[in-house]
Design a protein around this ligand. Structure first.
Ligand code: NAP
Length: 284
């Protein structure tokens, strides 16, 4: 048996087309274009690449973008001041604070400074709390993208056993909450989990978000399971690899590859969140 390859590029293209159509309809109704403002502190090369890709996606769907830059030496209060000015700017629909921030900048203070209504990353404590309480709010892009992938491939969620490997605030915890919201029975694993292999073998849906190359072995995968590989790791030869041994494709029912699985969805969901933030602000 060979797993169905979960094609993130294809699903992301669909999400972007939906967003483009919603924006087009708003423009026809005389409403302004959504606007995504990115905050960049210093010159992290990976951040520059991510922001460039996000700008390209934004152009494709009709979202205006702007970059606000601060020097590597910026203080927490300088970054917070910039974020607050974007909160007040009526032109700005969504604010993206590109991480990593330099070590002297308190990430929590900056994230908490973002207006929750413009928090298109879904990292603000209010939006995280809404997710916990089952209320509607802006949801972090990677977890939202994972659910979208499962839905696109009609993977049943309700009543199924889901195992999430990783408990970060940006991936593991929110995806576990989204799976719970969809009536999965969810187990969250982390670096102190004992018998990780056995727990993984119980999963109908296995989300690997540990950031450890090849951690999940093929014989940890239940035959027919949906395996979503979130990990992005650098192999010795420089290529990217996931947390799941590619040989799992012989066992799984569905497998999302790295690269080409979750990554494109993360960026597409950012566009969807920016559009949603603007729609909530100016319903039209
Ligand atoms: P993170 O903050 O480093 O969290 C990693 C989690 O994995 C932690 O909860 C950690 O446990 C757990 N873990 C680490 N080693 C483990 C092991 N041997 N066994 C079981 N659990 C283990 O990372 P993250 O931000 O959540 O990201 C996870 C991965 O996804 C990274 O590779 C990242 O690059 C990737 N990612 C991809 C996208 C995308 O769009 N494709 C987006 C975001 C992240 P403890 O809590 O006990 O330390």
């Amino acid at each position: 048996m060979s797993a169905i390859r979960v094609d993130g590029e294809r699903v992301a293209t669909g999400v972007l087309a939906e967003v483009a159509a919603r924006i087009e309809a708003r423009l026809r109704a005389g409403l302004p274009r959504p606007h995504l403002a990115a905050v960049l502190v210093g010159h992290d090369p990976a951040s520059e690449t991510y922001v460039r890709l996000k700008r390209r996606d934004a152009e494709r769907v009709g979202i205006a973008t702007s970059d606000r830059r601060l020097p590597e030496s910026a203080t927490t209060s300088e970054v917070v001041d910039l974020v607050e000015s974007l909160n007040r700017d009526p032109e700005v629909s969504g604010i993206l604070v590109q991480q990593p921030l330099p070590p002297q900048v308190e990430v929590e203070a900056v994230v908490a400074a973002v207006d929750p209504a413009k928090d298109v990353d879904g990292f603000h404590p209010l939006n995280a709390g809404r997710l916990l309480l089952g209320q509607s709010g802006l949801v972090a892009c990677t977890p939202a993208g994972i659910i979208r992938l499962l839905d696109e491939y009609r993977v049943p969620i309700a009543g199924r056993r889901a195992v999430v490997v990783g408990r970060s605030n940006v991936v593991g915890k929110p995806v576990a909450l989204l799976l719970l919201r969809r009536d999965a029975t969810v187990t969250v694993c982390h670096s102190k989990t004992t018998n990780l292999a056995e727990v993984c073998r119980e999963a109908d849906i296995l989300v690997a978000a540990a950031g450890r190359l090849g951690l999940i072995r093929a014989d940890w995968v239940k035959p027919g399971a949906a395996v979503i590989d979130v990990g992005v790791n650098r192999r010795e030869d420089g290529r990217l690899g996931g947390d799941v041994d590619p040989a799992a494709a012989e066992v799984a029912g569905w497998l999302s590859p790295v690269p080409g699985g979750v990554g494109p969805l993360t960026r597409a969901m950012l566009m969807a969140n920016t559009c949603r933030a603007e729609e909530a602000r100016r319903p039209g």
